[in-house]
Design a protein. Structure first.
Length: 311
């Protein structure tokens, strides 16, 4: 905090009050700066300097397609500080309920469609290798280290074959769009003017059309009726004018969700074991529930589902 105050004084912001606003799953921290009725957010990436150029880059790309991301007011790339527009403190997760969630999700889906028009030049791809790399986190961190399960060679083969199957279905759907990668209720804000504000986009890649859609609709922090979720997924398909039948599109959506949730089982376990962030443990049951429910719909996934149910 002392380093931040010294920097603020050096740029003429020394008379702004500063208080902790939030932190995230990485090593970034956020502070709210206030003077009278005016507020800004200071993002401190000093412990993760390499994350700052991608944040600025993605901010510019999304701004070009009128996606509501925080304006950058001041930046110091060397120290790792940004002063940003303040979207307030209201995340989607704070306000979603059974009465409003469909309306709010339609607004968010419309925002996905805008995001997917963003420039993807030179972005890393969600290719076969990376899809596998992410899903492998489940075995390493969830099964081996968190549950401390010693998987047999046969079980390892079941996992390998199933992940290959999931990857093939993910890659059979249209690719090549801007993917936020964490488009869920904690990263979507409702600004004081009731606009949607998007944050935490610095890890974007180029990939499948359903990735951000499933991040939104099968959120690891909140759950909705499965049939209504599918209807919202089909709203996206229709809004995009995609010529694909319901069954095929929902299978794309389901398998993209499997890839993401299998990965997240590993990430939540790693956040607990490696980073000491135990708060994510409470979100493992819903994440696992998504995997088991979707996996149970498709016979080709029986082996993995039986394995996960047995541990």
């Amino acid at each position: 905090m002392n380093n931040i105050k010294t920097w603020l004084e050096s740029i003429g912001w020394g008379n702004w009050s500063i208080e902790v606003a939030s932190s995230d799953a990485s090593f970034r921290s956020y502070y709210r700066l206030q003077k009278e009725d005016e507020t800004y957010i200071l993002m401190d990436s000093s412990l993760l300097l390499e994350s700052l150029p991608p944040f600025v880059n993605m901010n510019e790309r999304l701004s070009e397609t009128n996606v509501r991301v925080p304006r950058i007011i001041v930046k110091n790339m060397q120290l790792g500080y940004l002063i940003l527009e303040d979207f307030g403190s209201t995340h989607y997760l704070d306000i979603l309920d059974k009465e409003n969630y469909q309306k709010l999700y339609i607004k968010a889906i419309d925002e996905i469609i805008k995001m997917q028009q963003s420039n993807t030049r030179d972005l890393p791809a969600y290719d076969k290798e990376f899809l596998h790399f992410e899903m492998d986190l489940m075995q390493e961190w969830y099964l081996d280290k968190y549950l401390q399960i010693s998987t047999t060679q046969q079980q390892k083969k079941i996992i390998k074959d199933t992940l290959e199957c999931i990857t093939n279905i993910v890659l059979e759907q249209p690719q090549g769009v801007f993917v936020h990668r964490d488009f869920h209720s904690r990263n979507i804000m409702l600004t004081p003017k009731d606009d949607i504000g998007i944050i935490d986009f610095q890890d974007a890649r180029v990939g499948a059309i359903t990735y951000d859609l499933v991040s939104l609709l099968k959120d690891c922090y909140i759950e909705w009726d499965k049939e209504e979720v599918n209807e919202l997924a089909l709203y996206y398909r229709d809004s995009m004018g995609l010529d694909v039948d319901d069954t095929t599109f929902i299978k794309w959506f389901d398998f993209m969700g499997l890839q993401r949730h299998i990965k997240i089982l590993g990430i939540f376990s790693r956040l607990h074991l490696r980073d000491g962030k135990d708060g994510y443990l409470k979100d493992i049951p819903l994440t696992l529930k998504y995997v088991l429910e979707v996996g149970s719909k498709y016979p080709e996934l029986n082996g993995l589902i039986s394995l996960l149910k047995s541990v």
